[in-house]
Design a protein around this ligand. Sequence first.
Ligand SMILES: CC(C)(COP(=O)(O)OP(=O)(O)OC[C@H]1O[C@@H](n2cnc3c(N)ncnc32)[C@H](O)[C@@H]1OP(=O)(O)O)[C@@H](O)C(=O)NCCC(=O)NCCS
Length: 154
Amino acid sequence: MRLEPVTEDNYRAVIGLEVHEEQRTFVATNLKSIADAWIHRPKLEPLALYSGTDLVGFTLLERDRPRELHIVRFMIDRRAQGRGLGRKGLAAIADVARAEGRTELVLSVVPGNAVARGLYAAFGFADTGEVDGGELVMRHELAPTAHLTGTANG
Ligand SMILES: CC(C)(COP(=O)(O)OP(=O)(O)OC[C@H]1O[C@@H](n2cnc3c(N)ncnc32)[C@H](O)[C@@H]1OP(=O)(O)O)[C@@H](O)C(=O)NCCC(=O)NCCS
């Protein structure tokens, strides 16, 4: 899994990625996320997720605390879900955080989003008990093993 910048060449395809209809309340559209990133540049960074040459997902990252990487948005296109790409995407984001010397990933999730909560818990995120805008805040402390995990991302 590779994280690539959203550019003139791929932004239309990124906007074309979509989640299942019943997932639409779980994440903003990628169009909105790209707009958010433009308004709040360079604090918000929009990134396209590629599996090989296939564009399969999108994430929006925020850096406002030195030790943390905040995953503001995260989605895998509905046609590519259920193949382990969500897990690989998180691993790639964790590698970015480690490469920057960060020790924690943080995100928030809609309470009813059982698939995402299950994925995050399996990945090592824990509930913090904090609620932000009705979403449950989860944190994952990163083990300092970049040289081991870096090979496992496919
Ligand atoms: C959450 C999301 C990113 C997961 O992506 P994915 O590529 O399907 O994830 P994976 O294939 O790595 O699967 C992760 C786990 O969820 C499970 N899962 C995936 N889709 C599922 C579904 N429709 N129903 C039940 N379980 C599901 C998988 O079995 C896997 O669990 P396992 O490791 O125990 O087998 C994706 O569903 C998505 O984009 N959802 C809409 C947007 C969203 O909710 N984003 C998160 C905002 S916080």
